[in-house]
Write a protein that binds this ligand. Structure first.
Ligand SMILES: [Fe+2]
Length: 167
């Protein structure tokens, strides 16, 4: 049964909600100037630590395998999404490693992040909505919610002592 493409399935709404945050951060990264570079770097690293890293984990543990089960482990869309995750992790590590990020570095990360969100929202999520039955989507939604709950619980004891409150 064809589903309307304009409406996100409830199962995927929590992940789409994260994507909205990612796009806001991506816009900040793409507009960063010499003056805002340091603050933008910190805003991104906070977003990464408290939201994006967990989001990637949930997608890789729950969402991507659900898609791979139907589309195959060698599905090109899946390969692109995984390659994006690897690239964003590498750019994030490089950004964390420098206290003086260049504008080009921030713009590259912003471009990569927003392109990745577009890939998932415009191609991967619609594919999943179409290939899974309503019942499978409900189960997927439950598993995403559960995985997010565990991920948030892992983050909340906050063992990291490098949080800055100079904003
Ligand atoms: Fe995502």
């Amino acid at each position: 049964m064809a589903k309307t493409s304009s409406k996100r399935d409830p199962a995927l709404i929590p992940l789409s909600h994260d994507h909205h945050h990612a796009l806001v951060i991506a816009m900040l990264l793409r507009r960063a100037t010499g003056e805002t570079a340091s603050g933008t770097r910190q805003a991104y690293l906070d977003f990464w630590r408290h939201e994006c890293a967990g989001h990637f984990h949930v997608e890789e543990q729950v969402l991507f395998p659900a898609h791979a089960e139907v589309a195959g482990a060698d599905d090109p869309l899946l390969a692109r999404a995984l390659a994006d995750h690897a690239e964003i992790r590498a750019l994030t590590a490089a950004l964390a490693d420098t206290s003086g990020p260049t504008g080009a570095q921030l713009v590259e990360l912003g471009d990569t992040l927003s392109a990745h969100v577009r890939l998932e929202e415009r191609e991967l999520f619609p594919a999943i909505e179409n290939e899974l039955t309503d019942e499978q989507l409900i189960r997927l939604g439950e598993r995403i919610t559960e995985a997010e709950r565990i991920t948030v619980a892992l983050d909340s004891p906050s063992s990291d002592d490098d949080r800055r409150s100079d904003g």
